[in-house]
Design a protein around this ligand. Structure first.
Ligand code: 13P
Ligand code: SF4
Length: 303
């Protein structure tokens, strides 16, 4: 921590001077999560929090689609993204043309796009979802066939729990798709006491081995409620590091796959971003308006 202290201090001072609020995802490094974030959460929580920001500036500590979502939901704010290269394998896997392709293949079926998509893809979709509300959104739609994009694994996991016909785009998260069911069984064999907690971006073979599957905040809530002695977090590395201190009676095991995009965000880049007030995320109005409709519909339906 000592090595981070000068940056943490400088960021928190400059943050006040600039009137900035730092929204940080649960996968940020502990020094960002605990040192400088004003709000932490999963994708849905961060989207809702973005609508509530009154300060003039938002610094998004997460990946690019999250900054776009904040800008879409609160367009009057300056939204800073400490590294514009911080993308996401899911967001990169589909374009608006891909959505049109799916609509042509399944005429009349509504398109539910994961928030892990570009603003253009959101604009071409009927509604968004996150990993915490996907099933709820699917069940609320008045349709028997539903197109889910771009995460095939989230779609497959939702399809297991829903009676509706779900068809999907073949995208995946490069972090979660690496976990295997054999690995899970080996962990359980080595320690039958361990609770396996997975993210729904994992394959259905992996989630079938899990004691609980949920969004990053769903995982935190489950641990808070169940207080397992030992927990294996089958998600991005930083999750376990960030919550270890909050649950001193839980021993966390982390298979540890790192998201290279999330890890592009560093204290140095946050400080530089606040110093230069750049790079700024801008979404053209003609894209922002339909994209906002899709995200706001999701927020409405998840209440
Ligand atoms: P949630 O925090 O919504 O579970 O999303 C996980 C993720 O991979 C975000 O990129
Ligand atoms: Fe995208 Fe996966 Fe990284 Fe999340 S963890 S930003 S879904 S690549």
């Amino acid at each position: 921590w000592a090595m981070h202290a000068p940056y943490v201090e400088a960021i928190n001072k400059l943050k006040r001077e600039r009137g900035a609020v730092i929204l940080a995802h649960n996968y940020m490094t502990p020094e960002i999560y605990h040192g400088v974030a004003d709000v932490v959460g999963d994708s849905l929580q961060l989207a809702i929090e973005a609508t509530r920001v009154e300060a003039p500036v938002i610094v998004q500590c997460g990946v690019h689609f999250m900054a776009e979502t904040s800008k879409i939901l609160n367009p009057a704010k300056t939204v800073l993204m400490p590294d514009m290269e911080a993308g996401c394998s899911l967001a990169e896997s589909i374009t608006a043309e891909g959505i049109a392709e799916m609509r042509a293949k399944y005429p009349g079926a509504p398109v539910v796009s994961y928030v892990n998509t570009t603003a253009e893809v959101k604009a071409a979709s009927d509604i968004c979802c996150t990993s915490s509300n996907a099933l709820q959104i699917i069940e609320a739609l008045d349709a028997e066939t539903i197109i889910m994009t771009p995460d095939q694994h989230l779609a497959r996991n939702v399809a297991k729990a829903s009676s509706k016909r779900i068809v999907w785009w073949e995208g995946s998260c490069i972090v979660h798709e690496q976990y295997t069911a054999e690995e899970m069984r080996a962990y359980r064999e080595a320690d039958p006491e361990v609770k396996i907690i997975a993210h729904p971006e994992c394959t259905t073979e992996v989630t079938a081995e899990a004691d609980f599957t949920g969004s990053t905040s769903g995982i935190i809530d489950w641990i808070d409620r169940e207080r397992p002695k030992k927990a294996l977090l089958v998600t991005e590395c930083s999750m376990a590091s960030n919550i270890t201190d909050a649950f001193p009676d839980v021993t966390f095991q982390k298979p540890c796959n790192m998201c290279p995009y999330m890890k592009m965000i560093s204290l140095e880049k946050v400080l530089w971003s606040l110093h230069t007030m750049s790079p700024e995320v801008v979404v053209p109005e003609e894209v922002a308006i339909p994209a906002r409709r899709a995200v706001e519909r999701m927020i409405e339906l998840s209440r």
